[in-house]
Design a binder for this molecule. Sequence first.
Ligand code: UDX
Ligand code: ADP
Length: 471
Amino acid sequence: MESKIKNICCIGAGYVGGPTMAVLADKCPHINVSVVDINQSRIDAWNNEDLTLLPIYEPGLKAIVRRCRNKNLYFSDEVEKNIAKADMIFISVNTPTKTKGIGAGQASDLKWIEKSARQIANFAQEETIVVEKSTLPVRTAETIQRILRETNKNNSLDKKKTFSVLSNPEFLAEGTAIKDLENPDRVLIGGEDIKAIEELKKIYLNWIDPSKIIISNIWSSELSKLIANAFLAQRISSINSITSLCEATGANITEVSKAIGLDSRIGTKFITPGPGFGGSCFKKDILNLIYICNYYGLKEVADYWSKVLDINQWQKQRITEIIIKNLFGTVNGKKLAILGFAFKANTNDTRESPAIEICKNLINEGANLAIYDPKVSSDQIEKELNISQSNYNEENFTDGSWESQEDLGCALKGSDAAIILTEWDMFQELNWAELTKLMRPPYWIFDTRNITKKNLEDLEGLNLWRLGIDQ
Ligand code: UDX
Ligand code: ADP
């Protein structure tokens, strides 16, 4: 099947655009792929000779970039030039929740989408297929379509330009992005223009079985992405809501999760309890869903989904309170080691990480945090906490502070507690018999991911708290 598409441009070199285009370039050596971004330092990082300095940490990504970069995969800040060259343009820009104006706190801010659409309208040539990749509220394709049509109408010199807009939501999860992109459960394409749909389908057929490529109308496609995320988040809030009940009754959440997961109608995925879901999608998408439900007068539906977010919020608050209660009711002036700041393992992404809120709460209570994460930089932690870093000094600190530690031993030294917030593999293998010698007795481990080995209970002097397990 001969494809008309020779040049692809992706606007946005972030967690979605970067890995998605890397895999596409790897699987389609006959297509030139340019990933563009207005953030010059991000593009510089993508082009760094030293592949350990790519802006995104994702298992398997380095190897693909090594294979394809500057062969058929390019990273550039020349947005307009690359738009002009492209037969197909993916939009993968960020769409955070609005902070101001109508819909603030719920609706997505589409200003970056709008800007991209205007750039496409002005600089694209002849026939261009525009593919919506960012997670977006339903009916965003319509906005893009209108901007493209109206801008073009006013530009009489460009009568030959035509645009087709498709929705092709991304279902990758960070930390497993490459695996998810190489072997997706399904690829969803929404649209009306059959020829454009066929062109996008041909690209995916280079590595994906046709039975996994499904076509729908554009609104179903956009809504499916929101609903998939809402359902996944709902499962996590459901299991997290039961952690507190297990702690109260003496049941064990690991046993409950296993027992229910073996029912094939329920399944084993997304019922692992934790400190609350994070990441750039779940909260934003549920807020979007709540916003559109309210918009259509469906208050009960909006309230139902609000509860998924309420439980997520409560879980973080609850964990903070449990830590304080067990440390004799106060963390003021105490050193606490935080193990993990990323929102999940195998990523350097910290957006909406439950660690942010838990750390802020503890700092507010006067704790001095030593934060250790194998992939998150101290600048990133500072940005999220919005509190300057200050080095721990036993004598002077009772107002609450934090510092980033590159060495786990240094983080634990003199601490009253280790609080595991991200399920990094390395935290499962730690030699606590040795590490606890660095801590100040009576020492605690608070394991919010239930990854510590069972035999820790036998360690003399150790107090262990695990989520959803009778203490
Ligand atoms: C999610 C969706 O999975 C993906 O399909 C969509 O494209 C983007 O949003 P992502 O946010 O990258 O992906 O990661 P995911 O694996 O879904 O984890 C989200 C959060 O839920 C993390 O904080 C994770 O720790 C938490 N989680 C996940 C649990 O607490 N328990 C689980 O069982 C699974
Ligand atoms: P995601 O997780 O959705 O990929 P990111 O924030 O990681 O979100 O990436 C989105 C990227 O899109 C950012 O690097 C941002 O600089 C880029 N971006 C936003 N607007 C534009 C634009 N108009 N042109 C080019 N790049 C843009």
